[in-house]
Design a protein around this ligand. Structure first.
Ligand code: C5P
Length: 311
């Protein structure tokens, strides 16, 4: 059922992008259970639309592919965002939330975080609370490590839990294909598997002390070949141990002549960097026929962060 058919009150829609981690270095687990990260995020053109409508109680409904796995209780990140903003401004969070999912669910692309970011913006507009940007970012970081980035979008370096952001100078547009897997991976489980496994080693030919330097240099000078060679994700080995079939997907990226491939965040989506839009188009068609993943999407980045949708 379309959100507008069920709605009687005023409504506002906000849209937020998915993210890919071009670089993700994970440190030792801290006493609070979190891991210090050094990450480079890029926002890409897979989008979730979040519509909030005045209602007599708080509720959430998800629409689109794979929504069976989206929680519809208070654990839903968009619901938590509405509650957090309502508490912040001292009002009740009575809204009906409709999520139109374009971002793979439990795919490692920040879909839940995007919903939280969009819900913050949409509720702020619906309630006319005009919360300052800095305060919204602060609220965002209480909701999840990736939520601040989904608000800001573009390309950014993330430190702390990934929530302390510094904008990164990035030129040009990058073209990706995304291999979506059957079933998701749970982020806490991937981090727990990281804790059990051997400490990450630098890839052959890569200098550990360089950190995200290779990625940042490639972005600054728009060098897709260098970016492809510098992609790194410390959560990839644990994600592969939990879902060994992802090896085949990474191998497929080589057969497709991609510039590089990496598990996105905690997975299981694999992001493959293409030479240009045309290469992405042909590689996506070929990958769809290879039978190594559930479905294939194309996306480009960087794109802006969460914003209101005006008709
Ligand atoms: O912050 P978010 O809710 O997205 O994190 C989900 C889970 O991922 C956390 O509960 C934690 O287990 C793990 N995590 C982590 N270190 C980070 C970010 C997330 O261990 N920096």
């Amino acid at each position: 059922m379309s959100p507008t058919l069920r709605s009687v009150g005023a409504s506002v829609t906000a849209r937020a992008p998915a993210k890919i981690n071009l670089y993700l270095e994970v440190g030792e687990r801290q006493p609070d259970g979190y891991h210090p990260l050094t990450t480079v995020f890029q926002a890409v053109s897979l989008l979730d639309d979040v519509t909030v409508t005045e209602a007599g109680a708080t509720s959430v409904e998800a629409h689109g592919e794979g929504v069976g796995d989206v929680p519809t209780d208070d654990g839903n990140l968009a619901v938590r965002a509405a509650h957090a903003l309502a508490r912040h401004v001292g009002r009740q969070a009575f809204v009906q939330i409709d999520l139109l999912k374009g971002i793979p669910v439990a795919g490692g692309m920040g879909g839940g975080s995007a919903d939280a970011a969009a819900a913050l913006l949409a509720c702020d507009a619906l309630w006319r609370t005009n919360v300052e940007r800095d305060e919204l970012l602060e609220l965002a970081s209480t909701l999840g490590a990736d939520v601040p980035f989904c608000l800001t979008g573009g390309t950014a370096l993330g430190t702390g839990r990934g929530d302390v952001l510094t904008p990164v100078l990035a030129r040009g547009t990058y073209h990706w294909i995304l291999a979506l897997a059957d079933g998701g991976l749970s982020t806490p489980e991937v981090y727990a598997e990281f804790d059990r496994g051997p400490r990450p080693e630098p890839r052959r030919g890569q200098v550990v002390a360089d950190g995200p330097g290779g990625v940042l240099t490639a972005l600054r000078s728009y060098d897709p070949v260098a970016l492809g060679a510098s992609l790194r994700n410390d959560l990839q080995p644990p994600a592969l141990r939990l879902k060994p079939e992802l090896q085949q997907v990474l191998r497929a990226a080589q057969d497709l002549d991609c510039l590089g491939a990496v598990v996105s965040g905690s997975g299981p989506t694999v992001a493959m960097l293409c030479r240009d839009g045309e290469h992405a188009l042909s590689a996506a068609a070929e990958l769809s026929g290879m039978g190594v993943c559930r479905t294939v999407r194309r996306a480009h980045g960087p794109v802006p962060g969460a914003k209101l949708v005006t008709d």
